[in-house]
Design a protein around this ligand. Structure first.
Ligand code: GP9
Ligand code: MN
Length: 625
């Protein structure tokens, strides 16, 4: 018996480094998790991924001999502790998790500036206390002779640890990928990933995404391909001149991207009341594009921003705002800056969401007014109400020095539109309590706020000196609730064409003194915004894929999945079917249509190649030489 206890004691002593590692590391990881997720009351939620990721890290160390193993574990402890400290400090300021993109590109601090040192608390260094306390233990191990396992057994131990731990960890990650599709690829909500997977898993996933993207883009393009792309991107001749070229040079540009504003609500009624009375009113004073489509992919809002500000297609998978945040852009803000404009983004939500604080820097906005720059005094849905946001934004605009480009992104009308308390009582009749009904209330609310904002711009005289563009970012009603929308629109036996025709978002351009008001029915999309603006403001159009809405006809609106429309025919890629838009009937492929289909894929390929190989950087460096 005594012998057994002695053996057990020795065994424990021999492996104390492992025991300490599995206790100390999860403690630190849980501590950080509690900081970012103070609402949860038990550890059950997080213990699985945290423990399993710790054991995965440990399993690598056990392959080595005792001495090296202990050293590896000690170094891992230091690295993880520093990581947690950096995470803590970063989170304190940005309410977000630091990623490789942030480290590579830095972030945009926006309106509020604060030095890093003031963000560090002396208590943060407690994460390193064990690193110091364990030093005598390391000396002890130097002298203490430990039982050494043979290599084959060490490998066996590696598998014994890594298989179950990897399984448990993989399962948790898999579950998240099912419940939140796109999240792990687009990383739009890093805090969410961190809350439920722990920070170790988060950083490994981040590293994995970045490496995978690097590897898959490592194939070099031929000089010929590069030149073809360069020529295709240059729209200076193709888009110009138009009737609008240079007419608004020197005026302000106020571009408003409205959350989930779909076209079907415009000039439409429910229970005999207008859903968007204010936008309807402003549409009458503006040039309204009634065949304008969103072209976003899995990057949703951020893809819409990306399309509008760069005139490139979103990423084939994942979000451009995350994947390509390290790229060089010849963005709208950049060209405006070069023309002595002040450029700013205003959005009353977390700075790190959609990687905005990194991407806006790459897009060269001079300032980003995010959540920290607003007084969060009223909440609707996800965060600051549109009412308060637009009020505060108006005051900020007044203080900007002209000429400026302000990009304003609203928030309240965000899925699932269930925070109806902020919306007042808008009667939606039979739709009460449904997603569609809640959306109608939500968008009615946002419409009222936009109305007030636009009226204030007019009354204050700002509008006389500004071009105002307003458009919706993407759909409001997802595919699983689309039948409610078909019902609302009175569409019987819907086809894919019907679905696509419902994917329009409103887009209006308001010119000073209500000039050019009317309706433009050309088929167009978000990618065409930048070239159109570029022409009006006389900016170069060296690197973009869209077309100026005032210059070129015969445009194809291309979607990320390869579907497209030329205004007469709609091609739906997932069934390889062409529809005649007027009659709604399926038509066979003609040589012309085949060419258009191939062209759609070529355009997407140009976009992907430019972004994957950071070609704009290459092109501009060469130009400067
Ligand atoms: C939050 C907002 C939402 O900042 O832009 O993005 P979404 O979920 O619509 O893509
Ligand atoms: Mn959105």
């Amino acid at each position: 018996m005594r012998n057994l206890i002695k053996k057990l004691k020795n065994f424990l002593l021999d492996n104390l480094d492992i025991v300490l590692f599995v206790i100390i590391i999860p403690m630190k990881l849980i501590k950080f998790d509690r900081l970012i997720y103070p609402e949860y009351t038990h550890y059950k939620l997080i213990i699985k991924p945290i423990l399993s990721s710790t054991i995965c890290a440990l399993s690598i160390a056990v392959i080595f001999k005792n001495k090296i193993r202990t050293r590896i574990l000690y170094i891992l402890d230091i690295v993880i502790s520093i990581l947690v400290i950096v995470d803590t400090v970063y989170f304190r300021y940005f309410k977000d998790i630091i990623s490789i993109g942030v480290i590579k590109n830095g972030v945009m601090l926006g309106g509020v500036k604060s030095s890093v040192t003031s963000l560090i608390s002396p208590y943060d260094f407690l994460y390193l206390i064990d690193v110091v306390l364990l030093i005598p233990f390391l000396f002890f191990y130097r002298r203490h002779k430990r039982y050494e396992l043979k290599l084959i057994f060490r490998f066996a131990l590696f598998f014994i640890l890594v298989i179950p731990a990897g399984y448990v960890n993989g399962k948790t990650i898999y579950k998240m990928s099912v419940s939140q599709p796109n999240l792990l690829k687009t990383m739009y909500n890093k805090v969410y990933i961190n809350k439920f997977l722990g920070t170790l898993d988060f950083h490994v996933l981040d590293l994995y995404n970045v490496t995978e993207n690097k590897i898959s883009n490592s194939k070099r393009l031929s000089k010929d391909t590069e030149n073809t792309i360069k020529n295709a991107l240059n729209k200076n001749e193709a888009n110009a001149p138009s009737s609008m070229t240079g007419l608004y040079k020197g005026k302000n540009l106020i571009m408003i991207q409205v959350e989930a504003l779909q076209q079907f609500v415009i000039n439409s009624k429910v229970e005999n009341q207008e859903i968007t009375p204010n936008l309807n009113r402003w549409i009458n004073k503006s040039l309204y594009f009634n065949n304008f489509f969103y072209q976003v992919s899995s990057g949703n809002t951020s893809d819409a921003e990306f399309l509008a500000n760069n005139s490139f297609y979103p990423a084939a998978s994942g979000a451009a705002y995350y994947l390509y945040a390290g790229n060089t852009y010849s963005s709208l803000a950049k060209e405006m800056n070069d023309n002595n404009y002040y450029t700013a983004v205003l959005h009353g939500y977390k700075e790190g969401f959609w990687n905005r604080n990194v991407m806006y820097k790459a897009e060269k906005f001079k300032d980003f007014f995010g959540e920290k720059s607003f007084n969060i005094n009223e909440n609707v849905g996800l965060g600051l109400s549109d009412k308060s946001f637009l009020n505060q934004s108006f005051n900020k605009l007044k203080s900007f020095s002209s000429p400026y480009y302000s990009f304003i992104i609203t928030l309240s009308s965000h899925y699932p539109y269930d925070d109806t308390k902020g919306y007042g009582d808008f009667n939606v009749g039979d739709y009460e309590g449904t997603l569609l009904g809640n959306y109608l209330k939500g968008i009615h609310y946002t419409d009222a706020q936009l109305g007030t904002f636009l009226d204030k711009l007019e009354k204050s005289g700002i509008m006389d000196n500004s071009v105002v563009i307003l458009y919706g970012d993407h759909y409001a009603i997802p595919k699983d609730k689309i039948n409610d929308l078909y019902d609302f629109e009175n569409i019987k036996n819907p086809t894919d064409l019907d679905w696509y025709e419902l994917q329009k978002v409103p887009m209006l351009i308001h010119f000073p003194k209500d000039q050019y008001k009317g309706i433009n029915s050309e088929y167009s999309g978000q990618i065409d915004l930048y070239p159109t603006i570029a022409n009006m403001f006389n900016l170069p159009q060296n690197y973009m894929l869209g077309t100026d809405l005032f210059a070129s006809k015969n445009r194809n609106v291309i979607f990320r999945n390869g579907s497209f429309t030329d205004g007469n025919v709609f091609y739906v890629s997932w069934t390889n079917t062409y529809y005649d838009i007027k009659t709604g009937s399926v038509i066979p492929e003609s040589t012309k249509l085949k060419q258009e289909k191939d062209n759609a894929l070529t355009q997407l390929e140009y976009s992907d190649n430019t972004l994957n190989h950071n070609l704009i950087k290459k092109f501009t460096v060469k130009q400067k030489k």
